[in-house]
Design a protein around this ligand. Structure first.
Ligand SMILES: CC(C)(COP(=O)(O)OP(=O)(O)OC[C@H]1O[C@@H](n2cnc3c(N)ncnc32)[C@H](O)[C@@H]1OP(=O)(O)O)[C@@H](O)C(=O)NCCC(=O)NCCS
Length: 157
């Protein structure tokens, strides 16, 4: 997957934490009733240490999107969960999400992951379907998340 000129994929660093947290909390895909899900979330140094996290950075090295894996995630050995998958509102629909997802998939593969489970934000499902994920079910509302979410699966071939 090729990225637009000036952007690069790299590991997330402690210095990225405020930008990543802002991307999550300001995402317009989580406006209105969905805001309660992202409002308390914060990406901190402990999170980065525990979860493989890759960012897409612009030509000033500022993060404009990121993706991370939960290891182990849902399911059995060799299976992971996609945790965060966000692109800043201003930079969506330019292929950054696709590039980031391919990048964390490759990292998972090197760690022996063969399947990634994705609990999708409902409006993001077309994105995951477009990159080869398969809809396998629904996740019921729980806690502050009062809506049903699609469950998808991405198998490495
Ligand atoms: C989901 C998200 C990460 C996708 O990132 P992106 O950089 O915009 O996606 P890409 O440009 O790589 O899109 C790849 C393909 O996915 C599909 N796609 C992406 N966004 C879509 C949308 N809103 N509606 C329909 N299809 C979409 C398209 O097929 C697209 O290819 P195309 O632009 O050539 O048609 C981004 O929209 C986002 O951050 N959303 C808000 C946060 C969120 O909901 N994250 C998911 C949490 S589970």
């Amino acid at each position: 997957v090729e990225l637009t000129k000036g952007f690069q994929l790299r590991d997330a660093r402690p210095v990225d934490c405020p930008a990543l947290t802002t991307i999550v909390r300001t995402s317009s895909a989580y406006a209105g009733p969905y805001r309660v899900m992202v409002a308390p979330l914060a990406i901190d140094v402990a999170y980065l240490a525990a979860n493989p996290t890759r960012v897409c950075a612009d030509d000033q090295d500022v993060a404009v999107g990121f993706a991370s894996l939960l290891l182990p995630g849902r399911g059995d050995a060799g299976e992971a969960g996609l945790d965060y998958m966000f692109v800043d509102d201003r930079w969506q629909r330019r292929g950054i999400g696709r590039a980031l997802l391919a990048d964390v998939v490759a990292i998972g593969e090197r760690l022996g992951v063969r399947r990634i489970h994705i609990v999708s934000h409902p409006p993001a499902e077309p994105f995951y379907l477009s990159v080869g994920a398969v809809h396998v079910g629904e996740v019921a509302p729980a806690g502050r998340i009062t809506w049903t979410r699609p469950l998808l699966r991405l198998d490495m071939t």
